[in-house]
Design a protein around this ligand. Structure first.
Ligand code: PRX
Length: 456
């Protein structure tokens, strides 16, 4: 057992505020602190005179509650601002209905608290419903691949919420790591963060849920605050891969390129035609950007940036981002963000990034780089470039594929035709119309430069 040594009365003279430098374990494993009376205080002394009552501070419903940064298509992150009344009302309500939360339920959401899912459905939604929750800090595969299932059995979890990436990762280990545990307490299984492919949906339903649960594929965004399209368990007949129908009060509309509403079956831009309580109120410090990003393309509608299909039965199938955004393992990032990390390297003159489908991550990064004069494209450079992106954005953004691009496919106005780059990334020569390219010959050169590992 670790103990804290009583304070030394004098300071260590350095006034070094970095706690890591002032603490250590001695030979016997005791925790030691070099006391610095200019900054250290004893907890019991600090709290001795403080009241144990903590009255709430009354706020206006429209006062800011928090902001959370999310990727912007220009590369500059946006501080999504949520407010007190609407956000709390919305997370409380969606939590209650989407998970059919009842007293006695044990709820377990695997999201990190630092992301919107952790805010809305680990913190606010469950706490506002006084829910019994399991909080988990760790990864699904350590120390073994049954970690989630073990926790569900141990705490008799009834409502479980995770991401398709985690489901696909765990699916790779087969049914046995799941079947070893008693998961009969489960009644609702949720999915969030990216489109869930029918194969993963069915595995989640049959193997984890023993074909005896409701699956709720919840579509929403940092900006929406809470679920906006979702089935309701036990009430909505589901289809694997469809987020089904709008939540109460949400008006889903599909628009074509000209902004006309698509009625009935069809595919288009996913937008909402009325506000709902949990919607973001502004981009922190830049209200104009809020208006431009979400309301300018189709005046009168909130634009999600996603595409969706409506089938003949009215079910909504979210197809993914239609702006320059990527969704890697449920993490949203912009092509511009990755491109600007790449061009920071002195060897890179120009970069273009697209998504390539990935069996576990949903999408992965496929990066094209054009080199500056005098640089060689070799494995050392590839590693440096991957590390550059990883260091600037995070481990989840590490590119899976890098490709040398002697030239990029650009229109005469200089816009990179990403649709062509997406085709090259998967080796698909069905390119459609490329007559607007300034130099169509660059496309064949790109096909020839595809890296070996991209050819599988
Ligand atoms: O593209 C959609 C995808 O994730 C985006 C929102 O990402 P973020 O703000 O990071 O929030 C993630 C957690 C809510 C959306 O624009 N997305 C989220 N849920 C789904 C989804 N795509 C399809 N189906 C979903 N259920």
């Amino acid at each position: 057992m670790k103990t804290v040594t009583p304070p030394q009365s004098s300071t260590n003279g350095t006034n070094d505020a970095n706690p890591a430098k002032r603490t250590h374990f001695d030979d016997k494993g005791n925790f030691k602190v070099v006391w610095d009376s200019s900054i250290d205080v004893w907890w019991h002394e600090a709290v001795a005179d403080v009241s144990s009552e903590c009255p709430p501070v009354w706020m206006d419903a429209e006062d800011p509650l928090f902001m959370l940064y999310t990727s912007g298509s220009t590369g500059k992150p946006k501080g999504v601002l949520h407010t007190i009344g609407g956000y709390m009302l919305y997370t409380a309500t969606t939590f209650k209905y989407t998970f059919d939360y009842q007293p006695g339920d044990v709820y377990f959401c695997t999201a990190d608290i630092g992301w919107i899912t952790g805010h809305s459905y680990v913190t606010y939604g469950p706490m506002l419903n006084c829910a019994t929750s399991v909080l988990f800090e760790g990864v699904p595969t350590y120390p073994h691949t049954s970690r989630f299932w073990e926790i569900i059995e141990k705490y008799k979890v009834s409502k479980f919420y995770t991401a398709p990436t985690a489901i696909r990762t765990l699916m790779k280990f087969g049914d046995e790591p799941v079947k070893k545990y008693d998961l009969s307490s489960l009644s609702v299984l949720g999915s969030v963060g990216e489109p869930i492919n029918p194969e993963a949906w069915l595995w989640y339903y049959r193997v984890v849920g023993d074909s005896n649960v409701s699956i709720v594929d919840t579509f929403w965004q940092t900006e929406t605050g809470g679920h906006v399209i979702t089935p309701l368990p036990g009430a909505t007949p589901t289809k694997p891969g469809s987020a089904c129908f709008p939540f109460f009060g949400v008006d889903v509309v599909l628009l074509d390129d000209e902004g006309h509403e698509i009625k009935g079956e069809g595919e288009g831009y996913l937008v909402f035609s009325r506000p709902w309580p949990g919607m973001m109120r502004s981009v922190y410090g830049d209200h104009e950007r809020f208006e431009t990003t979400y309301f300018k393309k189709f005046p009168g509608y909130y634009c999600t940036g996603d595409g969706a299909k409506r089938d003949k039965d009215g079910y909504i199938w979210v197809t993914g981002r239609i702006d320059d955004m990527l969704n890697v393992s449920g993490h949203l990032l912009s092509t511009a963000q990755v491109e600007s990390a790449l061009v920071e390297h002195e060897a890179v003159a120009e970069a273009a990034v697209v998504a390539r489908p990935h069996t576990v991550k949903g999408e992965c990064l496929y990066c094209y780089v054009t080199l500056a004069e005098g640089h060689n494209y070799d494995t050392a450079l590839i590693t440096q470039l991957k590390n550059k992106v990883r260091g600037k954005i995070g481990a989840f953004a590490t590119p899976d594929f890098m490709q040398l691009a002697p030239g990029l496919p650009k229109t005469r106005s200089g816009k990179i035709m990403r649709r062509v780059l997406r085709k090259v990334a998967v080796g698909d020569r069905d390119l459609g119309d490329i007559s607007t390219l300034a130099d169509p010959s660059v496309v064949e050169v790109l096909f020839q430069h595809r890296p070996k590992e991209a050819k599988v």
